[in-house]
Design a protein around this ligand. Structure first.
Ligand code: AMP
Ligand code: MG
Length: 459
């Protein structure tokens, strides 16, 4: 692998990470590499880079490390997490000087592994590959997938499963939880160093922690609105999975909705629906409140900071509403969608929810969607209102990675057949093109038998 490594995180105080190499694996095989992404981030992949993607070789210029962080998981404080199954190889610069993290996920134990084995199995690796690349194609900020390999080793989950490693690319892996750990420990110097670093790396226009907070809140608001526009349910919006750069990160139990239900939850561990579809903007605000709390030790006047940061966090709902209107305005072909148009969108969603209509397919076929409703007359009424208001072409994806397709792809891959992985990936990374004979099956909602009700964390 030839790349311009420039490892700025490794130059931070060494309490923030553990410098270490990935743990080697026995008999790796390349499943896929993402040549387009490699080019974008300034990496030249060479023959034999399979060994890099497997963690058996460290590329020239890399400075591998595991990052430390903490986080609130389902609202409960966990004072120490960290990269327990990931190694940051380093940061690469592309021709225009843009910086990207290159990280191996599933690369063995680290000091932060707690009880875990540091490994990943094939299912979550392929799921993350497909879904993160689909998100990118849907124009949603996200970590990306550079490569996937099998390790030739098995991992113990519910039974023995094939081991795999994902090479993940991100603007950075700095999370809300990266800040929280130093705030909680009272390590203000480290918190200050991290804050200065983050501002320089991601928000150079921000001149204070308050400005950083505002900028991160604005990006979270936009990100969640974009998730809502494609029916995406992240499933594990813990503060350690909230990217400061505003990218979607951690494709564990995530899922796209088929039939529309605002209360939809897929994750098997989300018993109380904390991270349900309709709760995501509220959770983003909760996460931003934790971020604000973590920044307070940096402020000269604590009471004033609490007052100011409360106002900043309380701005998120309005920022989110504005972003939501932009997203749903584009979906409905209403270019100047305002508050007065909310009812137009909400009434359609209400009909969809009542009749369990398919979220993606209704929006993708607004002119012909009446058949998708149990009460087509109600839809016709809505359609008449919409026709009077629409002023441009709606823009909607035809294809999202449907859970049943993702599950079928994983089952095939575990059996050694990667063809479904490749065809699903091709379909979901070209979501706006009119359907063809080849892609049409991926636009089909699941039958009752195919329907996936539960998804699982990527461990
Ligand atoms: P996640 O659910 O992916 O956000 O992970 C939460 C925490 O658990 C992170 O610190 C992970 O590094 C850690 N973790 C998850 N799976 C494993 C594993 N198989 N081995 C070690 N640590 C893990
Ligand atoms: Mg995580």
């Amino acid at each position: 692998m030839k790349a311009r490594f420039d490892n700025s995180f490794a130059a931070l105080p060494d309490q923030m990470f553990t410098a270490m190499n990935p743990a080697p694996v026995g008999d790796p095989t390349l499943i896929i590499q993402n040549d387009g992404l490699a080019k974008d981030i300034g990496i030249q992949i060479a023959v034999g880079d399979l060994q890099v993607f497997a963690g058996n070789e460290v590329p020239d210029g890399a400075a591998p490390l595991a990052q430390l962080y903490a986080g609130h998981q389902f609202g409960n404080w966990n004072p120490q997490l960290g990269d327990g199954r990931a190694i940051l190889l380093g940061e690469v610069l592309n021709a225009s000087g843009q910086r990207h993290d290159v990280q191996l996920k599933g690369s063995g134990r680290t000091p932060y592994s707690r009880g875990g084995d540091g490994r990943a199995w094939l299912g979550p690796v392929l799921r993350e590959y497909v879904v993160s690349e689909a998100m990118h194609a849907l124009d949603i900020p996200t970590t990306r997938a550079l490569a996937a390999v099998t390790t030739g080793e098995t991992v113990v989950r519910e039974g023995l499963l094939p081991g795999a490693i994902l090479t993940r690319v991100a603007s950075s892996h700095i999370r809300v939880g990266t800040f929280q750990i130093y705030a909680a420990r009272g390590e203000v110097d480290l918190l200050q160093a991290l804050t200065d670093y983050t501002i320089q790396r991601h928000y150079p226009e921000a001149d204070s922690p308050a400005a950083l907070l505002d900028a991160v809140i604005a990006r979270q608001a936009k990100l969640i609105a974009k998730w809502m526009g494609v029916g995406f349910i992240h499933g594990v919006m813990n503060t350690d999975n909230a990217s400061i750069a505003g990218e979607t990160i951690d494709y564990g139990p995530c899922a796209f909705m088929d039939s529309y239900d605002p209360a939809r939850v897929f994750s098997s561990i989300d018993q109380f629906g904390r991270y349900a579809y309709q709760n995501q903007s509220g959770i983003a605000a909760w996460n931003m409140a934790q971020f604000a709390t973590a920044l307070i030790p940096l402020m000269p006047n604590r009471d004033q900071a609490i007052e100011d940061f409360t106002i900043a966090v309380n701005r998120l709902p309005a920022l989110y509403d504005a972003a939501w209107r932009e997203v749903f305005g584009a979906k409905l072909g209403v270019s100047n969608f305002t508050e007065d148009d909310d009812a137009l969108a909400q009434d359609l969603l209400g009909l969809m929810s009542k009749d369990q209509a398919d979220f993606t397919n209704v929006f993708a076929n607004l002119d012909t969607a009446r058949d998708q409703f149990l009460d087509p007359d109600a839809f016709d009424d809505w359609h008449r209102r919409w026709s009077l208001r629409r002023n441009t072409d709606p823009v909607n994806p035809q294809i999202i990675p449907r859970n049943h397709q993702v599950e079928a792809m994983i089952t095939a891959a575990v059996g050694g057949d990667f063809a479904p992985f490749r065809s699903l990936l091709a379909a979901v990374t070209d979501p706006f093109t009119p359907l063809t004979d080849i892609t049409a099956p991926y636009a089909k909602p699941p039958t009752e038998d195919e329907y996936v009700t539960r998804t699982f964390c990527g461990t």
